[in-house]
Design a protein around this ligand. Structure first.
Ligand code: NDP
Length: 280
């Protein structure tokens, strides 16, 4: 039986909204499996309280994750940060060492590992359409460029935000689509949805895959208990697609390692999500 002592470390997901998050499921399953003395909870948090929450958690020996919409704000509250934070301008994982707050963006490595799991090989040479330009899209872009994709076209509702991403991370292999017309009749090896479209039941699709000449594979970063609308739209067209659960597991496994200095139990985390879906 799992015992949580009075010394248990509290790890918290800070964001708003947080109701849809499956992080508590995978992290508590990992804590049960490894016998670590900790507990993982979701805390709805407004931006003006983010600093107090992070400081309190770290001072009491804990840490946590940051989600929508605080990943960029969190960077300004860190004392030390990883290269992934520096390159993406976003932080999704924090912990404390000697009173200082350390941060990482495990979405970069999480996406990289999930994509490899999906492809079964490196994405080197792929032509990619990346939809979205928020914190998650920046992590995806860094991982894709590091892994040698041929080029990335970014499409976002706000073109200025996409251009800002190119200025921050950019390089010769990245371009911004000015409108949805730019992607019509194009060929893409991989389409990634890094927008939040699909979290809400009434959301429209991020892009209409049927308007493109060909699409090899689809990755949707959205996670929910069941198929996402974008994954379904791909599968209806005969395109192999994967939702955000594998990335959630992989980024969570890297975060677990930051907090506990031992690898997160990926298979246990995967099983915990399967149980959640089948119990719904
Ligand atoms: P941000 O808030 O930083 O970015 C949201 C993105 O969605 C922006 O590109 C925004 O466009 C776009 N968007 C939102 N609403 C609409 C709309 N109505 N029409 C068109 N575009 C819209 O969020 P994140 O980047 O942090 O997260 C994006 C998604 O990725 C979320 O669903 C999140 O849950 C998921 N995610 C999944 C992870 C996983 O492990 N599976 C990890 C991290 C994120 P604009 O710039 O124009 O506002």
């Amino acid at each position: 039986m799992r015992v949580i002592t009075s010394n248990a470390r509290i790890l918290a997901l800070l964001g708003n909204p947080i109701d849809h998050s499956l992080s508590p499921v995978i992290q508590n399953a990992a804590l049960r499996e490894t016998g670590m003395d900790g507990i993982y909870v979701s805390l709805r948090c407004e931006e003006q309280y983010l600093m107090q929450f992070m400081h309190s958690l770290v001072r009491s020996g804990g840490g946590g994750n940051i989600t929508i919409p605080h990943k960029e704000k969190a960077v300004s509250l860190l004392d030390e940060y990883s290269e992934a934070v520096e390159r993406t301008g976003a932080c999704n994982t924090f912990w404390g060492i000697d009173g200082k707050i350390y941060g990482d963006n495990t979405d970069v490595e999480g996406f990289r590992r999930a994509l490899r799991y999906f492809l079964g090989e490196s994405p080197k040479g792929l032509k990619v359409l990346l939809v979205g330009a928020g914190g998650a899209a920046r992590a995806v872009l860094v991982a894709l460029l590091d892994d040698g994709v041929e080029d990335v076209l970014i499409l976002n509702r706000s073109t200025e935000r996409a251009q800002a991403v190119v200025r921050l991370i950019g390089g010769e292999r990245v371009r911004v689509a000015e409108s949805y017309l730019d992607i019509r009749d194009n060929n893409f090896d991989l389409v990634v949805n890094a927008t939040s479209l699909g979290i809400g039941l009434e959301d429209k699709l991020p892009v209409d895959l049927s308007k493109m000449a060909s699409v090899g594979l689809v990755m949707d970063l959205v996670c929910r208990t069941g198929t996402t609308p974008f994954v379904k739209s791909a599968e209806d067209l005969g395109i192999r697609a994967m939702d955000g659960r594998e990335m959630l597991i992989q980024q969570g496994s890297v975060a677990f390692e930051r907090w506990w200095k031992k690898p997160g139990p990926v298979e246990i985390m995967r099983c915990s999500l399967v149980d959640t879906v089948t119990n719904k």
